[in-house]
Design a protein around this ligand. Sequence first.
Ligand code: FES
Ligand SMILES: [Fe+2]
Length: 461
Amino acid sequence: MNLRESKVALPEGRPGPSVQEVLARDSRPAPDVLRFESPVEGLGSDDIAVERYFDPAWHAREMDLVWRKVWQMACRVEELQKTGDHVVYEIGDESVIVTRTASGEIRAYVNACLHRGVQLRTEGGCVERFKCPFHGFTWDLDGKLCHLPSPWDFAHVDPEAFRLPEVKVGVWGGFVFVNFDPACEPLESYLEVLPEHFKAFRLEDRYKAAHICKVLPCNWKLALEAFVESFHIPVAHPQTTSYVAWDTTQYDVFPGVRHVNRMITLEGFPSTAVGEVDPQETIRQMQRDVAFHAKSQIEPGERQFVRDQFADAAREKLSRSSRRDLNDQSNAEVVDAIQYFLFPNLVPWAGHGAPICYRFRPYRNDPERCVMEIMLLFSKAEDGSHPRPAAPHWLEEHEGWSDAPQLGSAGFVADQDTENLRRIQRGLRATHKPGVTLANYQESRIRHFHHTLDQYMGVKP
Ligand code: FES
Ligand SMILES: [Fe+2]
């Protein structure tokens, strides 16, 4: 895994110091998995056709060729703690009930009554069996029919064979994934390098402390793309540039890897683009925006000194709030934005300092609307205990992310993005240019995403 010695061609012209140079000087060094970079190679510079952001025909093909083929995160394991706990996961027309059976297995059933098709569950909860609200056909948690009303009238139904159909389920990192394709590749190979990378980060030791959902007026890919690059930060989020080093962000697309990429954006000192910043200003703004730095004692000094102090303060506060000793965490894990992507729509962050996870998917069957979800995955206590996982909280159309106090300053930042997303969707409808043009390096994760999307869609590059 340690590729520090490997010869990669670094992006020419990228400002410094590089993420790797800073991590090498940190008072607590980052794990090996963060100590190398892998800039994109060989994906070209072609524009991305705008139709894929609104064309209903493209959307319908995406449903068949992507969403019905990929492994997708349906919920967290801790939401299925007890027998009968279940979550309803929906994508396009598909709907499944993901549940914990009496034997402790996790299964996913197609959410439709086998009598006349009624949706068995409209939301999650805990039940002993799944009873249809129409005529009362009932299935147990193993998917077996356990009540058939008027059996004399259903001589043509074999109760043994009348089982709820299942879709595939897999678990990794405390996430439950489903796959609608019975012939799909195993989750283990689908995840590629992700499990190896996350050995250091152990998301299975987290629990979902917040879960905020919002329907956005844009295609799901536009929302996703706005959250996997730091290039927009100085213009869209100017309030952060004295403590977010957006312009030295490292973007990694790993050779031969289809489903995973990552970026690392350093925090705790300014971007080079804003020039000389009084360290007091960095300290003031970080204490304003990042809750666990609010009352920390940080002495002004040279950049690395300030960053190291932020890391010390974060380790202490995170250990206290999580009832887990996080003092062995590197500076990067408690200060920086370490963000991974799993195709097609999951964006788990690795560190404890920004314990975020995004999920993006189409809203029903509308190519011009999507659901964006922001989850916070906090550390479980040392003994594995944790509060009840947060249920999804849906924001109303008129509400912003800032109306969810759980998100802290991240809510304000996401509102800035949301406003842009509305405008991107409209702009792509209005434009006379057939494609969007991407930066070769800073938007390489978006290009990589489309490259993989093309493979699923059968589009020739
Ligand atoms: S539709 Fe479900 S019991 Fe009749
Ligand atoms: Fe943003």
